[in-house]
Design a binder for this molecule. Structure first.
Ligand code: NCD
Ligand code: ZN
Length: 344
């Protein structure tokens, strides 16, 4: 059994950092491990212009501290009012890498998201022409659709039509959770990829109810049954370059998750790489971790590989029960109080 694991420095292809005071906690947690991250734009006032995104990026860099090597790559939040001119401005900026589609009402701060997908087709056209990737929160929001079926229904009703109509548009199906999504991505046309979170590899929906209701395991898309978890695990370790690391680390304060109507999101950043290492080792595929964590996202986005390495050591530790968060609040990290074998 090897005691150290050396990897090219990884990238996080799906990350929520929030804003303001929270950046002091969220940014260092990621920047100490990841060279680049695709930063999600679902702030409470969403990032809908390139100017807003660049201001937000400056606040992130300030929180990372002087001389940081961390390179946040920004995404624009698509609304029904997005213009093709703004898409062109995004394509022209070296710091903008994508646009994010939140179906209206699908998740945290998605109330400004897209209500009518077909009305947005001219925007997809402009993105395709500029070769700007479309990142998709792939869940149907029709209230008649069972919460556990939302991903599958979205594939049939929306994703397939978009990917077949815009054949040159790069698409990332974010945080996939079902065998349906895995099958779709594997057999889709070139230019379709997916991110996979640690929680969807390590857990299934039983973990939402293990001994009682577990708000810190609640994220969107919600954890699925174990047969789906198995499909996600196999996709992650498959060596197929369409599947890459995106933590979807999504911090919410302890009090906003432990309440009557608790927020969705797992704050995995403090242990992200050890969590993936744990999962890959359990699955007997540690040698596949580097491509998943450090190569495939870069290839998809057309970035150079990071040129430095980091090493993980086999040194058992426990994820802290809680951490300080913004405005005097605390936060419970994902996997709180549980053991992990690997650390930086
Ligand atoms: C994310 C958040 O809180 O911003 N929550 C989550 O459960 N994953 C939003 C998202 O990616 O759906
Ligand atoms: Zn997310």
């Amino acid at each position: 059994m090897s005691e150290t694991l050396e990897l090219t420095v990884p990238d996080d292809a799906h990350l929520h950092l929030r804003d303001g005071d929270a950046l002091r906690i969220t940014v260092p947690a990621t920047a100490k491990v990841f060279a680049r991250a695709v930063v999600m734009p679902n702030l409470s006032s969403p990032v809908t212009t390139v100017a807003d995104a660049l201001d937000y990026r400056a606040r992130i860099l300030a929180a990372a501290g002087p001389g940081t090597a961390f390179d946040p790559r920004m995404a624009l939040y698509l609304t029904d009012a997005m213009s093709s001119d703004e898409i062109q401005r995004a394509a022209d900026s070296p710091h903008m890498v994508a646009c994010k589609l939140y179906p209206q009402g699908a998740t945290t701060n998605s109330e400004f998201g897209v209500a009518d997908l077909e009305a947005l087709y001219p925007v997809f056209e402009a993105m395709q022409a500029a070769h700007l990737p479309l990142l998709i929160h792939g869940e149907a929001t029709d209230p008649d659709v069972d919460v556990f079926d939302r991903e599958k229904v979205f594939i049939e009703r929306s994703l397939e039509p978009i990917s077949e109509r815009f054949l040159e548009l790069p698409i990332v199906f974010e945080h996939v959770t079902t065998s349906d999504a895995v099958e779709f991505v594997k057999s889709a046309r070139a230019g379709v990829a997916a991110t996979i979170t640690p929680q969807h590899i390590l857990m299934n929906r039983n973990d939402l109810f293990a001994g009682g209701l577990r708000p810190h395991h609640y994220c969107l898309p919600v954890l699925k049954r174990s047969s789906h978890q198995l499909a996600i695990q196999q996709a992650a370790i498959s060596g197929n370059s369409r599947f890459f690391l995106g933590t979807d680390s999504a911090p919410h304060s302890k009090s906003s998750k432990e309440r009557d109507c608790g927020c969705a999101g797992c704050f995995s950043a403090p242990a992200a790489l050890p969590l993936y290492a744990e999962a890959f080792e359990q699955l007997g595929a540690l040698e596949r971790l580097e491509d998943f964590a450090s190569r495939f996202a870069a290839e998809f986005y057309g970035w150079p590989l990071n040129d430095s390495t980091l090493s993980l050591s086999r040194k058992p530790w426990k994820v802290p029960e809680r951490l300080d968060y913004a405005e005097g609040e605390q936060i419970v990290p994902y996997w709180a109080g549980r053991p992990l074998n690997w650390q930086l």
